[in-house]
Ligand binder design. Structure first.
Ligand code: BES
Ligand code: MN
Ligand code: ZN
Length: 490
């Protein structure tokens, strides 16, 4: 397990001697507190010698600044007014990266920015914790992550900050849950094991149901079962419920693609890079991490998380190209490519979700298409929706958290591309517009519920590293959807 720092918030007169002192600020005059710590007046000189600009997440260090301290680290915070959660998290990530080997770090004060808001301080703490995350469970030797360490934030009003942190820490733990699930290799994390991990979250007050193969057969989930039949490991459908609204109002619902490994099936993938397909359950991981976050912070909302867990393997019992399966909705699907399996899993999970729960809306997350990376790279998830209000809310939440989305078009012209000669629908639409035809396919299984689909193939894994995310799996989606819920549905 990665060594995550202990985090505390205190009213301090002076940082503990021997601690690394971390100061946050811009260009300008040090605050009175900074001047007090900096008895030898090193900071102003260091700022001018280095021409410190105060740009966000840039830093300088002052070594041996005073008898009691070995190091001051000064970190820029950029344009204060423009900083949101993600900017403060970057500052926190920088904090951890520069002090990972220190036993004790005191975040003392600001140079010229005044006391930060509790939310800003909590976001800095979250950035530091997420930066410390390292998937090192299986490295028996080279554990290069830093010391566990302790980070103490000196603040004027510790109890307000502790309250903000309690909430932010729950979200951070949700992100870590999602990262861990995506990083875990598929030999360890099959559908059954994934379901067990979701079940363990009942500790937080979630109600978790695990539907086994027999139940899925009874529900006539022929699309999901068709994918699963090539693997000796049986499928699972997990339903997580959080009842936090205090009434029986219709829930918000999240649905995740959980292909624990995607070989492509009989339409097998090329060998190069296939190992990344252990992350083809990134949608399910995000939904699980989100439910962790909502329960952990006791969100005032009724929420459902549904994940379809299967392994896509080619064996003697695997489904073949050309097979026709009947989904739970009753629609028949011609499976022309067994590698377009995620939409088959989601077809049944989405239909089940709207039938059983009559949700306010459904949002599905899926590492669904390589084509979305061709279109958007790793910087935005593809957003597809039948509802402009919901799409707008997602765009706002994306900006607020820097988990960005980009809306893509849908419409009857694209829908036509998946009409099948032999069945109601086929599971591929040809070479062009691959992400859109995938979304059109899903749309045929959502009925009239407001719905959005996030194609996270480019953002859930292998996305660019930043100050607070060094992991192959980013945990994308947890903060985005938590924010969507907090801003619109609580
Ligand atoms: N899981 C893949 C999509 C994917 C590719 C995610 C690369 C992350 C990285 C999905 O199941 C898939 O194989 N999609 C095919 C669809 C095609 C057969 C229509 C694709 O994108 O090539
Ligand atoms: Mn596939
Ligand atoms: Zn897949």
């Amino acid at each position: 397990m990665a060594k995550l720092p202990a985090i505390a918030f205190e009213k301090l007169k002076q940082p503990a001697s021997g601690s690394v002192v971390f100061l946050i600020g811009k260009e300008g005059e040090p605050s009175a507190t900074a001047r007090e710590i900096d008895a030898e007046n090193r900071i102003p000189r260091a700022l001018s010698v280095t021409e410190f600009s105060g740009k966000l997440a840039t830093s300088i260090e002052v070594l041996a600044p005073a008898a009691a301290f070995d190091r001051f680290v000064i970190c820029g915070c950029g344009d204060l007014a423009g900083n949101g959660q993600a900017e403060w998290m970057r500052v926190g990530g920088k904090l951890r990266s520069l002090t990972a080997k220190a036993e004790l770090v005191t975040v003392v004060c600001e140079l010229d920015v005044g006391e930060l808001s509790p939310e800003a301080i909590a976001a800095i703490a979250a950035g530091a914790k997420l930066r410390a995350y390292d998937f090192d469970n299986y490295r028996t030797k080279d554990r290069k992550a830093g010391k566990t360490g302790k980070i103490v934030f000196a603040c004027a009003n510790p109890s307000a900050v502790r309250k903000a942190w309690k909430r932010m820490d729950a979200i951070t733990d949700g992100v870590i849950t999602a990262r861990d699930l995506v990083n875990e290799p598929a030999n360890v994390l099959g559908p059954v094991e994934f379901a067990k991990r979701a079940e363990a979250l009942s500790e937080l007050g979630l109600e978790v149901e695990v539907l086994e193969e027999k139940a899925l057969r009874k529900l006539k989930m022929g699309a999901l079962l068709g994918v699963a039949q090539g693997s000796p490991r049986p499928p699972r459908l997990v339903v997580m419920q959080w009842r936090g609204a205090g009434n029986d109002s219709a829930p918000v619902a999240f649905v995740g693609k959980g292909v624990v490994f995607d070989t492509g099936g009989i339409s097998i993938k090329p060998a190069a890079g296939m190992e990344d397909m252990k992350g083809d359950m990134g949608g399910a991981a995000a939904v699980t991490g989100l439910m962790h976050a909502l329960a952990g912070r006791k969100a005032k909302v009724n929420a459902i998380g549904i994940i379809g867990l299967v392994e896509n393997m080619p064996d003697g019992n695997a489904q073949r190209p050309g097979d026709i399966v009947t989904a739970m909705s009753g629609q028949t699907i011609e499976v022309l490519n067994t590698d377009a399996e995620g939409r088959l899993v989601l077809a049944d999970a989405l239909w089940y979700c709207q039938e059983r729960f009559k949700p306010k809306f459904m949002i599905d997350l899926a590492t669904l298409t390589g084509a979305i990376m061709v279109a958007l790279g790793n910087h935005h998830a593809g957003l597809f929706s039948n509802d402009d209000v919901l799409a707008g809310q997602l765009e706002s939440a994306g900006k607020a958290t820097d988990e960005r989305v980009w809306r893509m078009p849908m419409g009857p012209d694209y829908d036509k591309m998946i009409d099948s000669k032999n069945a109601d629908v086929k599971n591929i639409g040809g070479r062009f517009a691959g992400s859109i035809t995938a979304a059109q396919f899903l749309k045929r299984f959502v009925n009239d519920v407001p719905w959005a689909h996030l194609d996270i193939a480019g953002t859930a894994m292998g996305s660019p590293k930043n100050e607070y995310s060094q992991s192959w799996s980013s945990g994308y989606g947890v903060r985005l959807l938590d924010r969507l819920v907090a801003d619109n549905f609580e």
